[in-house]
Design a protein. Structure first.
Lengths: 263, 327
């Protein structure tokens, strides 16, 4: 494990250097958060039937989504894309490392660093000016933190699977256009998932992207009671394992093909 | 003891033939044609512990392919390879742990990290203990004059500095075998000498087995006792530099400075290469006429100021050989 932890640490240290991107992003997130809250308030004021979320809960969903947006597996690692394009990825194999694990921890750093840099100020802003409430209880807070951890694992595994697929697609362009839309929508950042129509709920409840932001948000707001949290944590874990195994399998296949063909 | 043994190694690459034009492009959607290029054609050689071998050959001869197979990142079509008694492509991770690899054309350090942080990351990746890391790093710092470079990000290093850091990085885990792929390419004279001295030291004092790929014949001449020449996927020569000279050019040169500019030298057993003013270049085959014999014949016929004998420069031999290979 030691080599991979070292890779995670070093990579995080490198990514923490990109502070100006974080500040720019922070302004965007705060601005959109405010806009979304105003839209929701307007909707709730016009609503005639009972909504599945209270307005306060829905606003909390919005701010959690804005704070954790960088946790989504929404983009790809440009350096890895270049390595695959040029074939330089072969040289990575000169290290005594398992390529999947190496990439997984790289992806983890890529998810964690921007999330840390953005979530803390957004939480502070929303707490101070937008009356973001704390979780209901200490046990809800603990369950929330654990679900964030699992969300990070899940997101890194999805990202690594996408990276592995680039051995075939070579350019990550297509998937890069698709990812932001899909992840933003199905994780519940655009509109909180409970507010989607009823007929979509069975699908929304099973798809993996809810594991990244929707489940932590539901635990935080108490939409998921603490006693039910273990089931949802298990849900995140199962999807994480699915993506991890798929990614590992795909990389093994890619390497077999690659080492036979590449020159 | 053999640390590397290669037996009848064989590697082919399929290369897609592109059909010309628009229709060709459409046709290739449905059927693709390939030609097979043989990169390595039943290559065999052994490397003993502590050898320093020059691995040379024209571009595209299959040198990098060999290095990649030896490092376990490429699987051959056939043949048997053992690196420290293991088949590299079946044990990639274990094999690369024993190897140091340096590519002159590209850095293996992390571009955006200061040098020392790259080193520390490598220490963890190779699971080097603190004590042996410190010992190795001290030694490398001293030998390669690295101390001023530790806090510089890799992207800001000059080529010579980067090369020194890359070599150090490849040695932190004290590998027994080192592959150097054009380590002096693009370096200035001082850096070249520094790299050469260090490579010699590694081989002589630290007993590291080194396979050196280069196009720089000075590297070969000053470092390697044995050369392997690869041409179109086959071993053309495996032996000493002397053996190469004999094989390619069983000739010596006699360079004579005549006293009288208007004279020229004619001898049945020496051919005139050129004449510039007083100076005359002659070529002769030492198996047909001995050097003293020729000298005494020339000096008896012509008044001379000076003369000396030389072997043709190794560059020329190799260049001639490359030309033949391309025919």
């Amino acid at each position: 494990m030691k080599p991979y932890i070292a890779i995670l640490n070093t990579r995080m240290a490198v990514l923490f250097q990109y502070r100006s991107a974080a500040i720019a992003g922070l302004c965007t997130q705060v601005f959109w958060g405010i806009v979304k809250v105003m839209i929701l308030e307007a909707f709730f004021a016009q609503s005639v039937s009972a909504e599945p979320l209270s307005l306060a809960q829905a606003i909390t969903f919005i701010w959690l989504g804005q704070a954790l947006i960088q946790l989504l597996p929404w983009n790809i690692d440009k350096e890895l894309e270049a390595q695959i394009k040029t074939g330089n990825v072969a040289y990575e194999l000169l290290r005594p490392l398992d390529l999947y694990s190496y990439w997984f921890f790289r992806a983890m750093a890529m998810r964690l660093v921007p999330t840390i840099m953005r979530s803390i100020p957004v939480f502070m802003f929303a707490g101070l000016f937008q009356a973001l409430p704390a979780p209901e209880s200490w046990s809800a807070l603990i369950a929330f933190v654990v679900s964030l951890l699992f969300a990070a694992l899940l997101s890194s595994a999805i990202t690594t699977l996408v990276h592995s697929s680039m051995f075939w697609t070579i350019s990550g362009e297509g998937i890069q256009r698709l990812l932001p839309q899909v992840t933003l929508l199905f994780s519940g950042v655009v509109v909180p998932l409970p507010l989607f129509p009823d007929w979509m709920q069975p699908f929304l409840n099973l798809q993996p992207f809810r594991g990244v932001i929707d489940i932590p948000s539901r635990i935080y707001t108490g939409v998921i009671p603490v006693v039910e949290a273990p089931y949802y944590l298990g849900f995140q874990l199962v999807w994480f394992l699915f993506f991890a195994i798929a990614g590992k399998w795909l990389i093994a296949r890619a390497l077999r093909r690659f080492v036979i063909q590449g020159g | 003891m053999n640390v590397i043994s290669v037996n009848s190694l064989w590697k082919e690459f399929p290369i897609q033939i592109r059909k010309k034009g628009f229709l060709g492009g459409i046709a290739s959607l449905f059927s693709r044609e390939y030609v097979i290029k043989t990169a390595l054609d039943h290559v065999s050689f052994n490397i003993d512990e502590g050898e320093l071998i020059g691995y040379i050959g024209p571009n595209g001869a299959g040198k990098s392919t060999t290095v990649k197979i030896l490092s376990g990142i490429l699987v051959p079509n056939g043949g048997e390879v053992k690196v420290m008694n293991k088949t590299p492509w079946e044990n990639r991770v274990e094999t690369v742990r024993q190897l140091g690899v340096v590519f002159g054309q590209r850095t293996q350090l992390w571009w955006d990290l200061p040098v020392i942080e790259s080193f520390e990351l490598l220490k963890d990746i190779y699971r080097v203990s603190n004590t042996s890391y410190k010992r190795t790093l001290d030694l490398l710092t001293d030998r390669l004059e690295l101390s001023k470079l530790f806090n510089v990000p890799v992207r800001q290093l000059s080529l010579g500095q980067r090369m020194r850091c890359d070599i150090a990085a490849s040695l932190l885990h004290e590998p027994k075998i080192l592959f150097l792929d054009e380590p002096t390419i693009g370096l200035d004279a001082v850096s070249k000498l520094a790299v050469r001295d260090f490579v010699r030291y590694l081989n002589k004092e630290r007993k590291v087995t080194i396979l050196l790929t280069t196009h720089d014949m000075d590297d070969i001449e000053s470092l390697c006792s044995r050369v392997l020449i690869l041409s179109e996927g086959k071993i053309f020569l495996d032996g000493t530099l002397e053996a190469l000279r004999k094989k390619m050019a069983p000739e010596r040169r006699l360079i004579v400075d005549l006293l009288n500019e208007n004279e020229t030298i004619r001898d049945p057993q020496a051919a005139l290469i050129k004449q510039e003013g007083h100076r005359v270049w002659l070529r002769f085959d030492p198996t047909l006429v001995t050097t003293p014999e020729l000298i005494s014949r020339v000096t008896s016929k012509h008044p001379i100021r000076d003369l000396y004998v030389e072997n043709p420069p190794i560059e020329e031999i190799i260049a001639r050989f490359y030309q033949n290979a391309n025919l």
